[in-house]
Design a protein around this ligand. Structure first.
Ligand SMILES: *Cc1c(COP(=O)(O)O)cnc(C)c1O
Length: 352
């Protein structure tokens, strides 16, 4: 207990990000970063911002970037909100759109930041168990609620919910906001952005951290009808008017505009994922079907914690979750380069 702390701070259980270990020759497969660098055009754009103009505040509305994102998705600029990583976009969405009388709903196995935001903003929530096969069952969410949020594909399972099922959720849930967190949609799934025009309660969030290889730049965005975006802007402008600095605005725009590079690195990750899954299965692992840039896999004999520790001794870091208990036997492995995956497979061959 610290007598200087507020009661809110005493009650917080903060999110713990995957570690960024400082090991030599590290094979880093623990935080779903992209193994390929960002587009060379991003680096040029960021370098060009290292200029005298840094003494001036950036555009508080990130208007050029938002126009670029709007053009990419075929929506209006007032249907786009940008933030300092999609974590910030999500935080604002929790306060602006998900804080009501009724509890919000999200899966029992999902992005572990959601309950943290609920703690910060004092939002009631109820978790909904995934099925035996670790799938989201839409019927479970067709009940009065203060809002619904989950990633699609879900994390850390990697499992995708078909767009028709998202639409069924929206059609049966007209009275509260549904947030679809599409952090991993670029690795194999149909985006719900196409439903925004027809569903006034839908907010779709995206990040440049994974598929654009820009985790270090901190850019995320949301797409929804203008009335939802206005709520996010009200929170943003009550918190920090300049969430994206000059480097982030310029670099993110360059990345969005270099479609060929983006598609080439996504295709490489997906090809490596296919091979990694096949080889893990050949080693006896059960691998959940993944539409993301990571897989969730368990060995019938060797426990997740044991394997994660043994891999770490070989300078290979993957993610292991002690909680919830249902995923404790699993490892969550980011899809790296082919060479990184070969190193992982060689180590697992020796261990299993
Ligand atoms: C990585 C991740 C985010 C956050 O991404 P940032 O834009 O880097 O803040 C959000 N949701 C899910 C499900 C993620 O895995």
């Amino acid at each position: 207990m610290n007598r200087y702390w507020s009661a809110v701070v005493h009650g917080l259980t903060p999110y713990v990000p995957g570690e960024q270990p400082k090991l030599a020759n590290l094979v880093k497969l623990n935080t779903n970063e992209n193994p390929y660098g960002p587009s060379p055009r991003v680096l040029d754009a960021v370098r060009a911002e290292a200029a005298d103009t840094l003494r001036l505040y950036p555009d508080p509305g990130s208007n050029r970037l938002r126009a670029g994102i709007a053009a990419l998705h075929g929506v209006a600029a007032d249907q786009v909100f940008v933030g300092n990583g999609s974590d910030e976009v999500l935080a604002h969405a929790f306060l602006a759109l998900l804080k009501h009388e009724r509890p919000i709903l999200f899966p029992d196995i999902t992005y572990s930041f959601y309950p943290v935001y609920c703690g910060l903003y004092e939002i009631a929530f109820r978790t909904v168990p995934l099925t035996e096969a670790f799938e989201i069952c839409v019927d479970d969410y067709l009940t009065p609620n203060g809002g619904v949020i989950f990633p699609n594909p879900n994390a850390p399972t990697g499992r995708l919910l078909e767009l028709a099922e998202i639409e069924r959720l929206l059609a049966g849930n007209p009275d509260s906001v549904v947030v679809i967190d599409e952090a991993y949609i670029d690795f194999g799934g149909e985006s719900a952005v196409s439903l925004v025009a027809r569903y006034p309660q839908l907010l779709v969030t995206r990040t440049l951290s994974k598929s654009h290889a820009l985790a270090g730049l901190r850019v995320g965005y949301a797409i929804g009808q203008a009335h939802l975006i206005e709520a996010l802007n009200r929170v943003k402008d009550s918190f920090n008017s300049y969430p994206l600095d000059r480097f982030a605005q310029a670099g993110a725009l360059a990345s969005i505009e270099d479609r060929d590079y983006f598609e080439s690195i996504c295709a490489k990750v997906v090809a490596t994922r296919t091979r990694l899954v096949a080889e893990m299965e050949a080693l006896g692992f059960e691998v959940l079907p993944s539409s993301a840039n990571f897989i969730l896999a368990r060995h019938p004999v060797h426990d997740g914690a044991e394997l994660a520790a043994a891999l770490r001794e070989r300078s290979i870091v993957v993610r292991h979750f002690k909680n919830p208990a249902r995923i404790a036997p699993f490892l969550r492995i980011t899809v790296g380069t082919d060479a990184q995956c070969d190193a992982l497979l060689a180590a697992l061959k020796a261990l299993c």
